[in-house]
Design a protein around this ligand. Structure first.
Ligand code: AKB
Length: 317
């Protein structure tokens, strides 16, 4: 049997950077090949294996996977919700064609497993706002959400028709300090920490009362590893699992930050991202993830804010 050899596509992104490190700790430094569209010199990567790769170039992807004997792919390259509204064609191409290239190559190379992230964006305005159930991911109203919903069905299709063990999570907004997010609607919940520490104020692009599902990155990384480690026969859901940790509004986050940073001031100037946020649920129900592979979040709002601030640089200013 082949030794596990993992390819992480989009390894320089917000999730990719941390997941690559976690996978290297688990499988060994040289068993995980980081790939991203950037040149190695711009990627700011360490001396461990890195390759410049465009997931849209299927021939290059196939050749790489064959040469490197890749057994698992984590495909994290994506255009997020805010950029997707501005660049709809690019969002569709990267999010759907990039996935199809990866699924096809994974079948050709007889890979063990593929991971691909979906999002809370698969839920549209007609889904229940509170605890949106697993099976009710309907009518997404953003380009990003449409691409993720289509991608989920492609994952299930490849599982059913080709026997490919492809697994997926619907990530909430992810909060982290190691690598910045880019082009998402939930990015405010990361930016706010940096501005709170540097300027003690933040101008939020979402209005007060905008409740969204969120998760701290250590939980998201652990969820990904746990899902990928779960026995295949336990996984009843082959589109993508709802995944949940906490929900909050900008002012709730601001209040929690204000407990650490005196005089922190939050102002609001909503822009086009408000409409995207309004189309998503306040919270989603991850019952199936808890039952099928024992998912349980560890970080709530208080724990997340404390940890973020100690890492972003604040010490009870
Ligand atoms: C975004 O805001 O676009 C992403 C997401 C919720 O998938 N963070």
């Amino acid at each position: 049997m082949n030794k596990t050899k993992i390819l992480v596509i989009g390894a320089c992104g917000q999730i990719g950077a941390e997941l690559t490190e976690a996978l290297r700790q688990k499988y060994g430094r040289y068993q995980v090949l980081a790939a991203d569209i950037r040149d190695k010199s711009q990627a700011g990567v360490d001396n461990y294996p890195y390759v410049k790769l465009d997931v849209m170039n299927k021939a290059q992807l196939l050749m790489l996977c064959r040469e490197e004997n890749i057994t698992q792919v984590y495909l994290l390259a994506a255009v997020l919700s805010a950029t997707g509204e501005q660049e709809p064609a690019l969002a569709w191409q990267l999010n759907v064609d990039g996935l199809l290239n990866t699924l096809d190559v994974a079948v050709k190379c007889e890979m063990e497993k593929v991971f691909w992230p979906s999002s809370i964006a698969v839920f549209g305005p007609d889904a229940p706002k509170q605890h949106s159930p697993q099976a009710n991911a309907s009518s997404p109203s953003t380009v990003y959400g449409i691409s993720k919903a289509a991608g989920e069905y492609w994952c299930r299709y490849y599982h059913e028709k080709h026997g490919l063990d492809v697994r997926s999570l619907r990530y909430p907004g992810l909060i982290s300090y190691k690598s910045p997010p880019g082009g998402g609607t939930t990015d405010y919940a990361v930016d706010i920490f940096h501005k709170a520490v540097s300027d003690q104020r933040y101008l939020c692009f979402l209005k007060p009362g905008t409740m969204l599902p969120m998760m701290y990155m250590p939980d998201a990384i652990r969820a990904t590893l746990e899902l990928m480690n779960a026995p295949s026969e336990k996984l009843r859901i082959r589109t993508s699992y709802n995944l949940s940790a906490m929900s909050f509004t900008p002012e709730e986050l601001g209040q929690e930050i204000g407990k650490h940073i005196k005089d922190f001031k939050l102002d609001y100037l909503p822009d086009f991202r408000q409409q995207i946020a309004d189309s998503w649920p306040d919270s989603i129900d991850d019952y199936d993830a808890r039952v099928d592979w024992a998912w349980q979040a560890e970080f709530g709002l208080r724990e997340m804010v404390g940890d973020m601030l100690s890492n972003v640089g604040s010490k009870d200013l």
